[in-house]
Design a protein around this ligand. Structure first.
Ligand code: KG4
Ligand code: ZN
Length: 335
């Protein structure tokens, strides 16, 4: 039986990544060249810096991915690439590289939505069972996605302003924590208590949408006010209070969604899915849904990576999704 091998590309933000995925669910290689250090001194991702790094890294990432997987271009069935959403200049590097490889080796080119990639990372652990629900939480996105069947994505709720990860990064800066602040804030939170009772915006609204900018402002105002009074606040308690507010709204809305859309699987995906508070909370909330299996994407696959793009790409390839040499980056791509 011929092996089904997909070479996949991910360059939507600040990780240059190339992977080789077998049969859509087995990682033969997953090379991730991170640029975080270059962006840290600016306090966030600088698009031009990101593009330049992608250009510098992409060729060696391709070579490393093929070498580590022990395959050649001739073994491949398809090339898959993230074409949006993301930073346009960053996306273009992956799209251009993928087009070049596909054209040079006469391989089908499969365009992949970055969010579908985050969700399909779950497949690298276990098959996704439909209907399924995904809570996708990252630096750029906070969405509840209902999937009645394979290759169907319906956004039932999303953030009206900041993404959850973006809120972590912004309040982290106020605490003097480097970008990306999610993990350190998560760790601080586990040493503190929820004493500040920050707002839980839209928590009791009859919809599945989120809002984090009010929480972010409340946090920043609390810290500035204390600074003016020369009071010192516990960073641990601040972090714990912030995290409790985020976890409360994310889990409450997800539970509400599961009541309205009964599913076989709930997938927690995206960079913020690495959050321990959120993983623990969903694990205990899901006890009330014995028909729904919780699939927590493993920590190593929560952040941006090309393996997840290959996992989604193989599914899309089977469904006949194809792009040609006119494929362009689509920074605002939606499902
Ligand atoms: O998915 P991702 O790697 O990139 C985007 O597509 O945005 O997500 C990165 C985001 C950052 O905002 C980072 O602070 C956040 O994920 N993050 C976390 C944790 N680990 C990473 N947020 C909360 N808790 C964590 N443990
Ligand atoms: Zn992402």
């Amino acid at each position: 039986l011929a092996r089904n091998l997909v070479l996949s590309f991910e360059t939507s933000c600040d990780e240059t990544s190339v992977a080789v995925i077998e049969n859509g669910n087995q990682i033969l290689s997953n090379i991730v060249a991170t640029q975080i250090k270059s962006h840290q001194r600016f306090g966030g991702v600088v698009p031009e810096v990101a593009s330049r790094h992608h250009i510098e890294q992409i060729t060696s990432c391709i070579e490393d991915a093929l070498t580590e997987a022990d395959v050649t271009y001739d073994d491949l069935s398809a090339v898959a690439v993230t074409y949006g959403p993301g930073l346009v200049g960053a996306l273009l590097i992956g799209v251009t590289a993928a087009k070049a490889v596909a054209w040079a080796h006469q391989l089908p080119l499969v365009p992949v939505n970055h969010l579908a990639g985050h969700i399909y990372a779950a497949r690298l652990v276990e098959p996704i069972e439909f209907p399924a629900m995904a809570l996708v939480v990252s630096g750029g996105h906070t969405e509840l996605v209902y999937m009645p069947e394979e290759n169907r994505f319906e956004i039932i709720g999303e953030t009206r302003d900041d993404a959850a990860g973006e809120a972590y990064d912004k309040i982290g800066r106020v605490l003097g924590i480097n970008y990306p602040a999610g993990k350190p804030v998560d760790e601080l939170a586990h040493q503190g208590k929820d004493t500040f009772n920050f707002p839980r915006a839209m928590d009791s609204d009859e919809n599945f949408d989120f809002s984090f900018s009010g929480l972010k402002s409340a946090f920043i105002n609390t810290v500035h006010h204390a600074d003016q009074l020369n009071e010192s606040l516990s960073k641990e308690d601040l972090a714990a209070s912030f995290q409790q507010a985020v976890v409360d709204v994310l889990s409450d809305k997800t539970v509400r969604a599961l009541r309205e859309f009964p599913v076989k699987q709930l997938i927690l995906a995206g960079g913020v899915a690495a959050n321990k508070g959120l993983r623990d909370r969903l694990t205990s909330d899901l006890a009330a849904f014995p028909q729904t299996k919780l699939e927590l994407v493993p920590l190593s696959l929560c952040g941006d990576n090309a393996a997840m793009i290959g996992a989604a790409g193989e599914m899309l390839y089977r469904h006949g999704e194809r792009a040609d040499a006119t494929l362009n980056a689509d920074p605002g791509l939606e499902f």
